[in-house]
Design a protein around this ligand. Structure first.
Ligand code: GLY
Length: 529
C-alpha cells in the first residue's frame, strides 16, 4: 500500500510494488514522482527524513536534511541594526539550504532497494515528459504563488503563465525530465556535479545565493539510530535530531499516558486541556535544547527521562491553564551529550517506509533553477535567525539552532512507525511546519485511545499549541462551542486556524488487513492491492 499527497505519485509507487519492488524501491519512485506531480512540496531541491522498519524488525533512519552552505553565517539574516531582514530567509536565493533529497534517494536505494536504479526513477521521468495534469487545488496554489515566483526569479519559470492555471491544465516539465535523466544515468553525480550542479551554482550567482560547487559535492546524507519509546504498550519508532519531531512526540506521549484520554473522550475539555499543557511544555523544550546533533549536544536521554517528564507536569493543574510566560524549558536532570509532504508505504513482505520530505514553505524559496526545471527549498528559515524572533511557523529558537556553515537546521518532521507485540502496526507522518508533531501525536491518540480507523484518524479535525504564541489553535470543527467555553474558563485562549497538514498513514486493521488513511485536506490518495 502507498499513501501519498498525489494520485499520480501513489499510482507510480503502487506499480513498483506490483512489479515486485519492495517498500524502499516504491519509496524512491514515489519520492521522485512527487517532485514532478506535487511541486509545492515534493522535490529534488529540498530534503527529508526516512524512518524504516524491515520485515525482520530492523529499524533505522536516514537524515537527508538540507545543510547551511559553507558561506553561511550566524547573522546572515540580520541588518546593521541587528534586526531580522524581512523575507531574506524565506524568499529567493539566500534562503536556500544545500539540497539533500537526491543523495537521500540514492542512499535509500543502495541500502534497502532491490530493483535497478533506472527502473525506480523512470516513471517520474515519463511523467515529467508527459506533463502533469493539475488538480483544482494545485492550480489554485500555483496561481497564489505567481507573484512570489516572479519576484524570486529573473526569468519566467514553467510554473508561471499569463492566464491563471485551471484544473485539467498540463504543467510542462521538459527541463526537470532532463535533470531526472542525468540523475538516472549518473546517480548522485547527476545532481551534485556536472551539468545540474553547474546550472544550480549559476542560478545562485544570478540571484545572490551562496551555494557553491564544493557545498554540493560534499553533501552527504546520514544514517542515524531512531528514537524509540512506548505508549500504552505500543512501541513508537521515530526520527531523531536534527528533527525535533521524534523526541517531542515521545515526550508528548509519555506526558499524557497517565491520563485516561479514551474514557474522557475525543476532543472533550479534559482531553484537550491535558494535551495542550503537554504541548506547551514540549515546545518550550524544543526551542531551547534541540538542534543539529553534529554541531550541538542534544540532551536526548534527559529529555526522554521519565522522571524529568513527570516533573515537567508537576505544575500541571487540571482546573486551569498554565500561562506560557510561566513555562520555560525544563531544568534537565543532567546536561549531556507549509509545505512539506509525507508518504507511507508497506509492501507485501511487511517492510515499511515512513518518509517526510520538504521544501519548507510552499514551493520553497520560489527559485526555479533555470535550465534544470526544479524548485529550491527555503529551509534556512528553519534555523533561528535571531534568538527569540519567530520563524515563518512562529517557532522560537536559541543557541542550539543558530546558523553555522554546514549545519542542519532543526526540523519538526516526524515520520513514525508503531509496533504492537513486536509486529508492524502503523506507519504515519504529515506536513504542516510546527503542527507536524501535534498532528502525528493526535493521529496516534485517535487510533490508540479513541479507537478510530486510519481514515478517521487522519481526517479528524485537530488542534495545536506550541508554547508561544500562548493559544490553542483548533480547526473550526475540532472543538465544540461547549468545550471551548469550558477551556476558556480554565484560562485557555483559542484561535481557529485552518492550514493543517495532510496526514497519510497505514494501519493494520482489526481484520488483519492493511488500511490506508489519506487525508481529505489534500489530494492525498491511498492505493493498495
Ligand atoms: N520545514 C519544516 C520542518 O522541517 O519542520
Amino acid at each position: 500500500m502507498v499513501v501519498s499527497a498525489h494520485p499520480e505519485a501513489s499510482r507510480i509507487g503502487l506499480e513498483i510494488l506490483r512489479k515486485g519492488g519492495n517498500a524502499y524501491d516504491a519509496a524512491v519512485a514515489t519520492g521522485f514522482a512527487l517532485a514532478v506531480a506535487f511541486p509545492v512540496a515534493g522535490n529534488i531541491g529540498g530534503g527529508g527524513f526516512l524512518v524504516y522498519r524491515k520485515q525482520d524488525g530492523e529499524v533505522g533512519a536516514l537524515d537527508y536534511r538540507e545543510k547551511a552552505p559553507k558561506a553561511a553565517s550566524r547573522d546572515m539574516y540580520l541588518d546593521a541594526q541587528g534586526n531580522v531582514i524581512a523575507d531574506a530567509s524565506t524568499l529567493g536565493h539566500l534562503a536556500v539550504g544545500v539540497p539533500g533529497a537526491v543523495d537521500g534517494m540514492v542512499a535509500i536505494h543502495q541500502k534497502l532497494g532491490s530493483l535497478r536504479w533506472a527502473q525506480v526513477i523512470q516513471p517520474a521521468i515519463d511523467l515529467a515528459r508527459k506533463g502533469v495534469v493539475l488538480t483544482e487545488r494545485e492550480a489554485s496554489m500555483l496561481n497564489g504563488a505567481k507573484e512570489s515566483f516572479l519576484k524570486a526569479n529573473k526569468f519566467i519559470p514553467n510554473v508561471v503563465r499569463d492566464t491563471p492555471w485551471q484544473k485539467g491544465d498540463v504543467l510542462p516539465m521538459p527541463e526537470l525530465a532532463r535533470t531526472l535523466e542525468r540523475i538516472r544515468d549518473k546517480g548522485r553525480v547527476g545532481f551534485y556535479e556536472g551539468e545540474t550542479a553547474d546550472l544550480l551554482v549559476k542560478e545562485m550567482k544570478r540571484g545572490g545565493g551562496i551555494i557553491s560547487h564544493q557545498d554540493l559535492k560534499e553533501y552527504q546524507s546520514v544514517w542515524r539510530p531512531v528514537v524509540t519509546g512506548t505508549y500504552r504498550g505500543y512501541k513508537v519508532i521515530s526520527m531523531p535530531p536534527p528533527s525535533s519531531g521524534g523526541i517531542a512526540l515521545l515526550q508528548l506521549l509519555q506526558m499524557v499516558e497517565p491520563f485516561d484520554l479514551g474514557k474522557w473522550g475525543w476532543q472533550q475539555a479534559n482531553t484537550v486541556h491535558v494535551m495542550t499543557e503537554a504541548q506547551r511544555r514540549v515546545y518550550a523544550d524544543r526551542a531551547t535544547y534541540l538542534g543539529d546533533p553534529d554541531f550541538v549536544q542534544v540532551p536526548m536521554a534527559s529529555l526522554l527521562n521519565p522522571a524529568y517528564l513527570k516533573n515537567r507536569m508537576v505544575t500541571f493543574d487540571m482546573g486551569k491553564a498554565t500561562p506560557s510566560t510561566q513555562v520555560g524549558a525544563g531544568q534537565l536532570v543532567a546536561k549531556e551529550s507549509d509545505q512539506t509532504t509525507h508518504y507511507s508505504i508497506v509492501d507485501q513482505w511487511g517492510n515499511a517506509a515512513s518518509i517526510t520530505t520538504t521544501l519548507n514553505g510552499g514551493y520553497g524559496s520560489k527559485v526555479v533553477v533555470e535550465g534544470a526545471g526544479f524548485i529550491l527549498n527555503n529551509e534556512m528559515d528553519d534555523f533561528s535567525a535571531k534568538p527569540g524572533v519567530p520563524n515563518m511557523f512562529g517557532l522560537i529558537g536559541g543557541e542550539a539552532n543558530a546558523i553555522a556553515p554546514g549545519k542542519r537546521m532543526l526540523s519538526s518532521m516526524t515520520p513514525t512507525i508503531l509496533e504492537k507485540d513486536g509486529k508492524l502496526f502503523m506507519v504515519v507522518g504529515t506536513p504542516g511546519g510546527s503542527t507536524i508533531i501535534t498532528s502525528v501525536f493526535q493521529a496516534i491518540l485517535n487510533v490508540v485511545d479513541h479507537g478510530m480507523s486510519m481514515q478517521q484518524a487522519v481526517a479528524a479535525p485537530r488542534f495545536h499549541h506550541q508554547w508561544l504564541p500562548d493559544r490553542i489553535e483548533p480547526e473550526p470543527a475540532a472543538i465544540s462551542s461547549q468545550v471551548r467555553e469550558s477551556l476558556q474558563k480554565k484560562g485557555h485562549t483559542l484561535q481557529n486556524r485552518s492550514n493543517y497538514g495532510a496526514v497519510d498513514g497505514i494501519l493494520k486493521g482489526k481484520d488483519g488487513k492493511w488500511e490506508g488513511g489519506a487525508d481529505p485536506r489534500g489530494d492525498d490518495t491511498a492505493l493498495g492491492y
